[in-house]
Design a protein around this ligand. Structure first.
Ligand SMILES: NC(=O)c1ccc[n+]([C@@H]2O[C@H](COP(=O)([O-])OP(=O)(O)OC[C@H]3O[C@@H](n4cnc5c(N)ncnc54)[C@H](OP(=O)(O)O)[C@@H]3O)[C@@H](O)[C@H]2O)c1
Length: 246
């Protein structure tokens, strides 16, 4: 890469977001990780010689625009936005309250829109931008054996947002893609992995026969964030061990 790129990674304290932050840092990108408790991850990365900025934020409460402003200011620019902060409520639709529905939709979808909108001027000014939202195999299906109606709706809607922004912002050098992991070993999926009645059938449906490590998703994110993905925009990039092909 020519000039040093700067990235904001929400949900960068653990799981997929953390792995993406690390992959970007290894590519020489300046990274701010944002979550409610980003300090420990930033310390651990620093010990590996990968200094990242830690921005504490609760995206269910704090304005996303303020986070983007803070990141751009502290990093000295913003070229890459990754929105990997996550919440889920695993209940069938008839048991899901409107508040729970809104909570999941807000963090995954509304915050994605607000972050990207706030990031636009910084990217447009640089003539280079990479927006990576996190989709899922539930972008295309209702999901596995656990009912997650709000989550699957948010992940499908994110494809619409990805396409709309990709189209609007292409003239500014900004590429917008939806990275769609299959089943990944993170804290997010711990309750599912700890339940043998769920873990067995899900794993059996993955042609590669195992769940992904966060690093395997991060490799693809790092590609999407780089110069090599110049002609790639408005796409859902599925990294699922063949789950959807089954
Ligand atoms: N794991 C999978 O199998 C899988 C599959 C498909 C898609 N995905 C998607 O990939 C993304 C990352 O998931 P993951 O599995 O890595 O989840 P994870 O391990 O649970 O990590 C979630 C991250 O979000 C942060 N976060 C949660 N609530 C927040 C809030 N209110 N404000 C700011 N940050 C918040 C957490 O940090 P703090 O606790 O410090 O706030 C953490 O860094 C999500 O969009 C998820 O839907 C995951």
């Amino acid at each position: 890469m020519g000039m040093e790129r700067k990235a904001l990674v929400t949900g960068g304290s653990r799981g997929i977001g953390r792995a993406i932050a690390e992959a970007l840092l290894r590519q020489g990108v300046g990274v701010a990780i944002a979550s409610r408790h980003p300090g420990e991850a930033a310390e651990a990365l620093k010990r590996e010689g990968l200094p990242a900025l830690a921005l504490p934020v609760d995206l269910e409460k704090d304005p996303p625009e303020a986070l983007v402003a803070e990141a751009a200011e502290a990093l000295g620019g913003l070229h890459i936005l990754v929105h990997a902060a996550a919440v889920n409520v695993r209940k069938p639709a008839l048991e899901l309250s409107y508040e729970e529905w809104r909570r999941v939709l807000y963090l995954h979808l509304d915050v994605a829109f607000l972050l990207a909108k706030a990031a636009f001027p910084h990217m447009a000014q640089a003539g280079f931008g990479r927006v990576i939202f996190l989709g899922s195999v539930t972008t295309f299906t209702a999901g596995g054996p656990v009912p997650i109606p709000a989550y699957t709706t948010a992940k499908t809607a994110l494809l619409g947002l990805t396409r709309a922004l990709a189209k609007e912002w292409a003239p500014h050098g900004i590429r917008v893609n939806l990275l769609c992991p299959g089943y990944v070993e993170t804290e997010f999926t711990l309750p599912v992995r700890q339940n043998p009645a769920l873990y067995g059938p899900i794993t059996a449906r993955i042609p590669l026969g195992r769940w992904a490590k966060p690093e395997e998703i991060a490799q693809v994110a790092a590609f999407l964030a780089g110069e090599g993905a110049e002609y790639l925009t408005g796409q859902a990039v599925v990294v699922d061990g063949g789950f959807l092909a089954y």
